[in-house]
Design a protein around this ligand. Structure first.
Ligand SMILES: Cc1cc2nc3c(=O)[nH]c(=O)nc-3n(C[C@H](O)[C@H](O)[C@H](O)COP(=O)(O)O)c2cc1C
Length: 191
């Protein structure tokens, strides 16, 4: 199963915190596999750092985390390391990297390097109670907009126009069913 989470990690050169929405594959009980595209801060941080945190959080926070690294961070201390996490998460998992493999990958956007990162969960912690509330369609749509937004900078002008059109399509529904903060975030993706 592939799940969308926010990965938080540390840059060990300038000590800055990083957050990014990432799809993870959960294998069995404790193994997590991620495919990281070259060029992201997460890719660079996890090339060097062995620990990172998997934040289980709301779709809104998943989508928002693609915009910037200005998260509300707390720190988990482990093995003399201080690893950042997002304080609004429901649950966090601390993972230790067990293997990295860099491959060349081709897809509809061209060819790029991918680092396949395997890790093992070493501890977990409940942070906030998951609120019981009815499903709102803006939740799924804002995450779809965030995925498209993250591709805007790696495509040519023609594809960029198609992506923008697709984002506009999702945004129409968000405007109908979403609350103010979803609409504000959708607008940012379209700026
Ligand atoms: C829901 C979602 C899932 C994503 N999954 C991945 C992924 O599995 N691998 C990846 O390299 N980028 C993925 N991205 C794109 C990164 O989040 C994006 O490139 C981000 O800007 C990286 O941030 P960073 O430079 O702070 O690491 C995903 C984006 C979204 C919105």
């Amino acid at each position: 199963m592939k799940c969308e989470v926010v990965i938080t990690s540390k840059n060990n050169k300038d000590n800055s915190n990083n957050r990014a929405p990432i799809g993870i594959f959960i294998k069995g009980n404790k193994e997590i596999v991620m495919h990281l595209y070259e060029g992201s801060h997460t890719y660079n941080n996890l090339k060097d750092e062995d620990y990172f945190i998997i934040n289980i959080c709301s779709p809104y926070l998943i989508a928002k985390s693609v915009l910037d690294d200005n998260g509300n961070y707390g720190y988990l201390e482990y093995n003399n390391c201080s690893i950042p996490y997002l304080k609004e998460s429901y649950k966090i998992y601390l993972a230790k990297i067990t293997n990295r493999k860099i491959i060349e990958s081709k897809n509809e956007y061209g060819s790029s390097k991918i680092m396949i990162v395997r890790s093992s969960v070493v501890l977990d912690k409940d942070i906030n109670i998951l609120p019981i509330k009815p499903y709102n369609r803006a939740e799924g749509l804002i995450v779809e907009m965030a995925i498209l937004y993250s591709r805007l900078n790696i495509v040519n002008d023609e594809k960029r126009k198609n992506i923008k059109d697709e984002m506009e399509h999702y945004f129409k529904t968000i405007k109908k069913v979403g609350t103010k903060r979803y609409i504000e975030l959708g607008k940012k993706f379209l700026e």
